[in-house]
Design a protein around this ligand. Structure first.
Ligand SMILES: Nc1ncnc2c1ncn2[C@@H]1O[C@H](COP(=O)(O)OP(=O)(O)OP(=O)(O)O)[C@@H](O)[C@H]1O
Length: 269
């Protein structure tokens, strides 16, 4: 069996509590999960349960309190150099054009200017921004900025792709277009993807496997579902598939209670 691209082994993350500095809050407890090479895995869970914490651990930005992370079998120590990430917010440098933003990672890695520029131009074309390389972030729509961020991440050809609700700020049509684009690119490259979302439809439409997290504190996986829908998929059309509806029902059965618990916790403040 080939080695997992990413494996979390008994990960626990505790933080100093924001409410009472003398207390600790256990965000994630004893979490074990893997993402196979070439596998698209989504993690869903109620708001505030620890999804971003999990991604930060995978990126090497946050060291777990206990447990370990392996990247293609090697213990992760520091930043995960084999991963590219795309977070919820805006990550473009406002003083750089789209082209210049997309080539930034290559420049930092010491790639020659000419080559960086031609590869960036190619990636801009692949994400549908071929004619917009000169635009600055404030001259682009939210969807265009997300496309540029996608190109900025993919240009470095990471072996593992980490995405934290990357399209949550987009309108539904733009979002579905981008989800399909990500799937097309993923089908061509088959990198390992860990995709965080609170949107169950998005998770099912895109993934090979969906993992459900419990509400915090002490978040951990409570369900795992193989998504056996045929590929290639169109994220809008696949939702009509009777098997999609069936999977949605089964996963929602597990997720519902946790969403209610998470909501109640938030209301308590
Ligand atoms: N640096 C920190 N210090 C203290 N508490 C933290 C820290 N980071 C996260 N937490 C807490 O850990 C829990 C999990 O946070 P996290 O951001 O991972 O959740 P999430 O599932 O990504 O949330 P959302 O669905 O709102 O994006 C939350 O209760 C949060 O308040």
């Amino acid at each position: 069996m080939s080695e997992a691209a990413l494996s979390f082994e008994n990960i626990t993350c505790t933080f100093v509590s924001r409410e009472d500095r003398s207390q600790r809050y256990t965000a994630m407890a004893d979490t074990t999960l893997t993402v196979g090479a070439g596998e698209f895995v989504s993690v869903v869970g109620p708001t505030g349960c620890g999804k971003s914490t999990l991604l930060n651990v995978a990126a090497g930005l946050l060291r777990p309190t206990s447990g370990s992370v392996r990247v293609f079998g090697q213990p992760l120590d520091g930043i995960n150099r084999r991963a590219g990430y795309m977070f919820q917010g805006e990550a473009l440098l406002p003083w750089r054009s789209a082209l210049s933003n997309v080539m930034a990672g290559l420049e930092f890695a010491g790639v020659a200017q000419d080559e960086a520029e031609s590869r960036a131009q190619d990636w801009l074309r692949r994400v549908g921004l071929g004619n917009f390389g000169e635009r600055y972030p404030h001259q682009m729509s939210g969807g265009m900025r997300k496309r540029a961020m996608l190109a900025q991440m993919l240009i470095r050809d990471p072996d593992i792709i980490l995405m934290d609700e990357p399209f949550s700020a987009l309108d539904i049509q733009t979002r579905q277009l981008m989800e399909n684009e990500v799937l097309d690119i993923w089908m061509a490259k088959r990198r390992a993807v860990l995709f965080i979302t609170h949107d169950l439809d998005e998770a099912i439409a895109m993934s090979d496997r969906v993992i459900v997290l419990s509400a915090g504190p002490g978040t951990h996986p409570i369900g795992e579902f193989a998504i056996d829908l045929p590929r290639p998929r169109d994220v809008a059309e696949v939702r009509m598939d009777p098997r999609f509806v069936e999977l949605h029902g089964a996963i929602w059965d597990v997720l519902r209670e946790e969403v209610l618990k998470g909501y109640a916790r938030q209301k308590q403040g």
